[in-house]
Design a protein. Structure first.
Length: 431
């Protein structure tokens, strides 16, 4: 089983590998489905490939835009560059790009992107016969679909998204962003209008059923131009989020997916934070390891329960199992996301005998209740003193200053101290 993590920047890539990813996927803005919030250049991609290979892991590069004629010359040049840095695979969605990959990278594995919308075994066989080693299945396939595809095309590797954002459109093929903001999702520049809150011009007022509830709810219906479909909408003081799909979370179905034929478990989130990449990768690493060791179901269940609790404590849009169990994915109509009881406040740069050197991402005060998240567990720490990098005592540490700080912490046992290492993360309890 392979755990495949997102890398939206060189820093996120390093964290993904540190927290247990077997492989990472990334790409430069011009040819990738993530053209914004994407920090990679050719030079940093070269360095990333060296780093990943030095750790004995794999790097897959995304070239999965729906290419137009104007993109082809740049893609060819990019493929020649990828040949030099010896990437392990390329993720594509376009038949024309597939031809170019076979021409310029004949020895590199071809992975068919989820954007290609592979939902049946005939389509999977089609890609396999064209030379693809792996297909990233559409999010719309069910567990039964996966079993059938694997049975019919057993030599084809199957990859499946197990965690992250769900798109309200079919396999991400959406024109909403282009229509509303002029930014094409199919060229990697989605402005995510499905996540925006909407307010209505025509309103009627419905009194709440609960007499103790003071807030009025505004209602209306939206109808298409032909008058064939009607959508009932409700709005409170926060607006309405009628496009906002919940996030995918298949942590408890890892074994089911493995038994069905999935060999690569993919996490969505190249635009997400270092904290997200590290935390989600860590959770799925724990569960994949438990399943891979053939632990008793009860023991695997304990690991799943523990890590599911951690994922639930992160900022998310609410969780759904998507289409996996033949259900329609749920939407979060009440808000843009669910709040978290924690706030990411820093990352550990080095560990001394009595203090830790950190980069702060948010404010840290002596009164804060802090926890360290590391590869080897999660441990609470008490902060006795906050200092600047030169060990001068200060009242608080703050992010956004490009400065490092030292935290003098209380005594920890040997096992708990193992959690403290460079690249461990700090969070504080906020509620």
């Amino acid at each position: 089983m392979e755990l495949l993590a997102p890398a939206g920047s060189p820093e996120k890539l390093r964290y993904a590998i540190h927290y247990g990813a077997d492989a990472v996927y990334c790409g430069i803005p011009d040819t990738s489905m993530r053209s914004r919030i994407n920090a990679f250049t050719q030079e940093s991609l070269r360095e990333a490939a060296d780093f990943v290979h030095g750790k004995g892991k794999k790097i897959f590069v995304t070239i999965n835009i729906y290419a137009h004629n104007i993109h082809l010359e740049k893609i060819e040049e990019h493929l020649k560059f990828l040949k030099k840095i010896k990437v392990d695979g390329v993720i594509i969605s376009d038949l024309g790009v597939l031809n170019l990959v076979k021409k310029h990278l004949p020895k590199v594995d071809i992975h068919i992107s989820t954007q290609a919308n592979t939902t049946n075994w005939q389509a999977a066989k089609f890609w396999y016969d064209l030379g693809a080693k792996r297909v990233v299945l559409a999010r719309e396939v069910t567990l039964g679909d996966i079993r059938e595809i694997h049975r019919r095309v057993p030599k084809l590797e199957l990859e499946y998204f197990v965690h992250g954002a769900m798109c309200m459109s079919y396999s991400g093929r959406c024109i909403l962003s282009k229509w509303m903001s002029g930014k094409s999702a199919n060229l990697g520049d989605c402005s995510q209008p499905c996540r925006w809150g909407y307010k209505k011009n025509q309103k009627s007022i419905r009194q709440p059923a609960d007499k103790n509830q003071n807030e009025e709810v505004l209602t209306m219906s939206v109808e298409d131009m032909r008058g064939e479909h009607e959508v009932e909408l409700e709005e409170d003081s926060h607006g309405t989020y009628f496009f906002n799909s919940k996030d995918l979370n298949l942590l408890k179905h890892v074994k089911d997916l493995h038994d069905a034929g999935v060999m690569s478990f993919k996490i969505e989130g190249r635009n997400k934070s270092v904290f997200y990449v590290a935390s989600v990768t860590r959770a799925y690493r724990s569960v994949l390891d438990a399943v891979g060791k053939n632990l008793p179901s009860r023991e695997v269940g304990k690991v799943v329960f523990r890590e599911a609790r951690e994922l639930a404590a992160m900022v998310n849009r609410g969780y759904t199992e998507g289409f996996l169990l033949e259900n329609e994915p749920e939407h979060n109509f009440k808000n843009s996301h669910e709040s978290s009881p924690y706030q990411f406040v820093g990352e550990i740069k080095s560990v001394g005998k009595e203090d830790i050197l950190i980069a702060a991402h948010n404010a840290i005060y002596l009164s804060d209740s802090l926890e360290v998240i590391g590869r080897n567990g999660i441990v609470k720490i008490s902060v006795k003193k906050i200092m600047d990098e030169d060990r001068r005592e200060i009242a608080s540490a703050h992010g956004g200053q490009q400065k490092l700080f030292r935290l003098k912490i209380g005594r920890l046992g040997v096992k708990n101290r193992e959690v403290l290492e460079p690249m461990s993360l700090l969070r504080k309890v906020v509620k």
